[in-house]
Design a protein around this ligand. Structure first.
Ligand SMILES: Nc1nc2c(c(=O)[nH]1)N[C@@H](CN(C=O)c1ccc(C(=O)N[C@@H](CCC(=O)O)C(=O)O)cc1)CN2
Ligand code: MG
Length: 285
């Protein structure tokens, strides 16, 4: 049986806070306060919690946080007008539109309206392209948080077989691009992939972001693999769980990120880190 280590996102997040606080203090000495704005539409309960956590975290680090909260009935045009304002607001280094949006609003159109220089979600087409050619400007926070966490635990990706289950623009694709840039051999799989468990079992590092509760069991996991669980699902009792059946794989893996307390907290760390980096860019003219 392996000695298993938990990839503890909460612990990493608080360990990284200290450095980020110092960076903000340094900026303030130069009369620059990093600014982050979040646009929230409607009252989706989970989104409201994430945004509240972003605000708490940003303010704790000394970042100027602005919440723009629209009613669910806001029109697409009103939203686009606000985005235009933020694009031209010099006190805001970066902003995001919290997803998901109500059905009457075209998500792609909204993301496209964000100035790619201020797109701290890294979702704008320019930023996606920059990432894939190896010259990233901003990075999607979940993907970036996963790499920060693996780096903290000294998981070297160079030459490793990485298998990603899930091909979303928010997680699967950017994780693939970022791990390629670290010289990993990356395979992206998804719901149509044949022999999925067989392919997953070749992974030294398995990243699971497929959105199905406890989808991955030990049939998918090589002995000693590092498993990153990006799922946020609910089990048969309505309890929050991941895409990986933790109890089933825990004696097979060498490291695993739990849900909750793994990737989730790193998402917010990666977001605020990126806002600080943009403000540092502003300080350096
Ligand atoms: N514009 C964006 N929208 C959304 C993003 C995003 O990166 N940009 N990601 C998700 C939501 N998200 C941040 O926005 C997020 C999700 C989960 C967590 C988190 O800390 N999860 C906890 C569990 C929380 C719980 O108990 O429910 C954990 O995993 O430990 C943080 C941020 C979708 N929208
Ligand atoms: Mg744009």
């Amino acid at each position: 049986m392996n000695e298993m280590e938990i990839l503890d996102g909460k612990k990493v997040a608080s360990a990284l806070d200290e450095k980020m606080t110092d960076r903000v203090a340094n900026l303030k000495k130069q009369n620059i306060t990093p600014g982050l704005a979040v646009i929230l539409v409607g009252d989706n309960k989970a989104s409201s919690i994430y945004v509240r956590n972003k605000k708490r975290r940003a303010e704790k680090l000394g970042i100027n946080f602005q919440l723009i909260h629209f009613d669910a009935s806001v029109t697409e045009n009103e939203l686009l007008e606000k985005i235009d304002q933020l694009n031209h607001d010099d006190s805001i280094d970066g902003f995001i539109v919290q997803l998901p949006l109500p059905d009457h609003i075209d998500e792609d159109k909204v993301i496209d309206a964000i100035d790619s220089k201020k797109d701290v979600d890294g979702f704008a087409p320019n930023n996606v392209g920059s990432l894939w050619i190896g010259e990233p400007h901003t990075l999607p926070a979940t993907a970036s948080g996963i790499l920060m966490m693996l780096d903290f635990y000294n998981v070297d990706l160079d030459g490793k077989n990485v298998v990603i289950i899930g091909r979303s623009n928010i997680v699967g694709k950017p994780v693939a691009a970022m791990m390629l840039a670290k010289n990993a051999t990356v395979t992206i799989t998804h719901s149509h992939t044949k022999n999925l468990s067989e392919i997953a079992k070749r992974a030294d590092v398995l990243v699971v972001a497929i959105g199905q509760a406890k989808f991955v069991n030990k049939d998918f996991v090589k002995d000693g693999a590092v498993v990153v669980d990006v799922g946020m699902d609910h089990d048969e009792n309505g309890k929050l769980c991941g895409d990986v059946d933790f109890d089933n794989v825990k004696d097979t893996v060498s490291m695993i990120s739990p849900v909750p307390g793994g990737v989730g907290p790193m998402t917010i760390t990666a977001l605020v880190d990126q806002v600080i980096t943009l403000a540092e860019g502003r300080a350096n003219g």
